[in-house]
Design a protein around this ligand. Structure first.
Ligand code: GCU
Length: 620
């Protein structure tokens, strides 16, 4: 008797979801290039139940409900259960609960949830009609902050940890034709062992913060692929294609790039992987400010998956950063994933156009997406606009360096970030940390992250935002004393001379002593100002003070001979629970060059002028 492959797959997916109950490295299952696949959006109105005591997940003895019988996953049924008769006691009812929009954080949608940190249960009923020829289904989440447990029709599909990276769980065999219901438990509670840990300088937006999609694929499908120029070779395209499914071995896969008149054909090995390369002369290269994206078609067994990919080389040579062999100066700005006009997590193509549009107005050819991987719209738009990108995992401040689970979590988020964006020409730097205190445990943790990064992506540059220190016994000699400098390609550090130490009048008294023949990026600098608050330039919080700080800072940093880029902090004011000065901050970090109402501050124009000068210096 021939057991249908989908039945086997259903069993595997149930097994995986059972295994999924123990935290798994979800990056290994990630499906990439979602936007060009057969997807049905589950975005829109969902129901939600606020559950600060997690009573949907634990019984009154704090026992996890689904340990009783994981197959029927009591907690999802528990909350979604309908009374079978008028005498049955049921204390929850999703259908009678409030609505909430997905994607979107809950803090900025509901006044009563503005400060909420804990569990919220999401619920959505939907009708499913299978697409002929695509017998496998996955639920794909662009991200959910921070920990998610996903259930379909009362059965657990899996758990994801990490608030800023995509994940998917297979639902083949569990999804019914007709009406289904999905329940997602999202918990944004902070924790010492988490990544990031309890202390950050940004708002802890919780919820289904990005797209939720139902993806349908063939029984054997292309899960992931890498199609980029080989390291150090502008005329060779490296190709890896990973198939998943019962017929993944010995499959003929074709990669066609029509505008480059290139066609590669390979056969998948015993793991379902096709590896190869193809000579590519006379390519039109992707350049900052002058992007070019090729249509790329991946075909196998009568199926085709399309993408748009740019080809460029990236390297460091001495103190220079080379894009397509040409030295560049990274005229950048740091960006949080927040639409300040809405005061909530950014997630949409429209949000990306606002944020990157402001960066372009500033004269940027580069952005630092801080402090965590942003939504895919940002990197895809950066590809289209020709803006270089620094992408970062939230290994931020005082992570638990000696906790193996913390490391596994950080590494999984790193690999989800790299897996999703490894075909984006705009992304040139992977950052593995921000302002982490030097210690043997921390340096060991970061070295492991760096080697994992290089293994996953031998081409792109690796960096981390370090900290500067005043040279002992000196006056105003600044140094970067950090063992990690030996392991990164680009030395990056944050400095706030004129804000957290000294005044703008003293900035020029400083000089940097950096004894490395590597490119240097200043990954943060700046100071705060309330837009529209004017006064003498020595009055803090005035636009004039911030303007003066920027004028002095750009003069001082230009004296660093290895300086090859800067990403001032920050494009726009952003929410932070740490910034509470009444009438000035009111819960906003005011270091933005643009206010939360979209108004530019005077310092915006100081930086814009500096970038015009840098562009000329580099012959752009
Ligand atoms: C730090 C940190 C930022 C923070 C900024 C500030 O360098 O990296 O996340 O917002 O300084 O103090 O405003």
């Amino acid at each position: 008797m021939k057991i249908k492959a989908t039945t086997i797959l259903a069993g595997l997916c149930l097994l995986q979801s059972a295994m999924g109950l123990i935290y798994a490295q979800t990056w290994q299952n990630l499906i990439t290039n979602i936007e060009n696949r057969q997807v049905t959006t589950l975005n829109g109105m969902w129901k939600y139940i606020v559950d600060p005591y997690e009573s949907g997940y634990y019984d009154y003895r704090r026992q996890v409900r689904d340990q009783q019988s994981w197959q029927n996953t009591a907690e999802a049924l528990y909350l979604a259960h309908k009374p079978a008769h008028k005498g049955e006691r049921v204390e929850y009812d999703f259908d009678k609960s409030d609505n909430i929009i997905v994607p979107g954080d809950w803090n900025s949608q509901k006044e009563k949830l503005f400060y909420y940190e804990g569990t919220i249960w999401y619920y959505k009923k939907f009708v499913f009609t299978p697409t002929p020829g695509l017998p496998r289904q996955f639920f794909y989440f662009g991200a959910a902050n921070y920990e998610s447990d996903v259930y379909l029709n009362g059965k657990k599909l899996g758990k994801h940890i990490g608030g800023f990276t995509p994940f998917n769980f297979e639902a083949t065999g569990l999804l019914k034709e007709g009406e289904n219901f999905i329940v997602v438990k999202v918990d944004n509670a902070r924790g010492l062992e988490k990544v990031p840990t309890v202390n950050t300088d940004w708002w802890n937006y919780g919820g289904l913060t990005r797209d939720v999609l139902l993806v349908e694929v063939p029984e054997t499908y292309i899960k992931d692929y890498y199609i980029q120029l080989a390291k150090g070779n502008s005329e060779l395209i490296e190709i890896h294609v990973e198939l998943d499914g019962p017929a993944k071995v010995g499959q003929v896969v074709t990669v066609n790039i029509p505008d480059a008149k290139l066609t590669f054909t390979g056969v998948s090995d015993e793991n379902g992987v096709v590896r190869g390369s193809i000579k590519a002369r006379k390519l039109q290269y992707w350049n900052p400010g002058k992007p070019f994206l090729y249509d790329v078609n991946l075909s196998y067994n009568g199926h085709t998956l399309k993408d748009r990919i740019g080809f460029r080389t990236i390297a460091v040579k001495g103190r220079d950063i080379l894009v397509n062999g040409k030295p560049v100066f990274l005229r950048g700005i740091s960006i949080h994933e927040e639409n300040p006009l809405r005061g909530g997590r950014a997630y949409s193509a429209e949000d990306a156009r606002i944020l990157l549009g402001w960066a372009k107005e500033l004269g940027c050819n580069y952005v630092r997406l801080a402090h965590y991987p942003h939504n895919e719209n940002m990197v895809r738009l950066a590809d289209e606009l020709g803006i270089l990108v620094w992408s970062e995992v939230p290994v931020y401040w005082t992570i638990q360096w000696e906790n193996q689970e913390t490391y596994n979590n950080a590494e999984n988020q790193l690999l989800e970030m790299i897996t999703r964006d490894k075909n984006r020409a705009s992304v040139i730097i992977w950052s593995i940390a921000n302002e982490t205190p030097v210690s043997p445990a921390r340096t060991g943790f970061l070295k492991r992250m760096i080697s994992t990064t290089r293994e996953a992506d031998p081409v792109r540059l690796v960096s981390a935002a370090l900290e500067r220190h005043e040279k002992p016994g000196s006056r105003n000699v600044q140094i970067i004393e950090d063992p990690i400098q030996d392991y990164v390609d680009v030395i990056s550090f944050n400095q706030y001379l004129g804000w957290y130490s000294g005044t703008p009048a003293q900035i020029m008294d400083n000089e940097y002593e950096i004894n490395y023949d590597k490119p240097v990026i200043i990954s943060e600098l700046g100071g705060g100002a309330l837009q529209g608050f004017h006064g003498e330039r020595d009055e803090i919080w005035t636009e004039e003070y911030q303007e003066w700080l920027y004028e002095e800072t750009v003069r001082m940093i230009d004296r660093i001979p290895q300086l090859r880029g800067v990403t001032p902090w920050i494009l726009a004011d952003f929410r932070s629970p740490r910034r509470l000065l009444p009438d000035i901050q009111d819960g906003w970090n005011r270091k933005g060059l643009i206010s939360q109402t979209g108004n530019k501050k005077k310092a915006f124009y100081v930086l814009k002028k500096y970038y015009e000068q840098k562009a000329k210096e580099y012959g752009e």
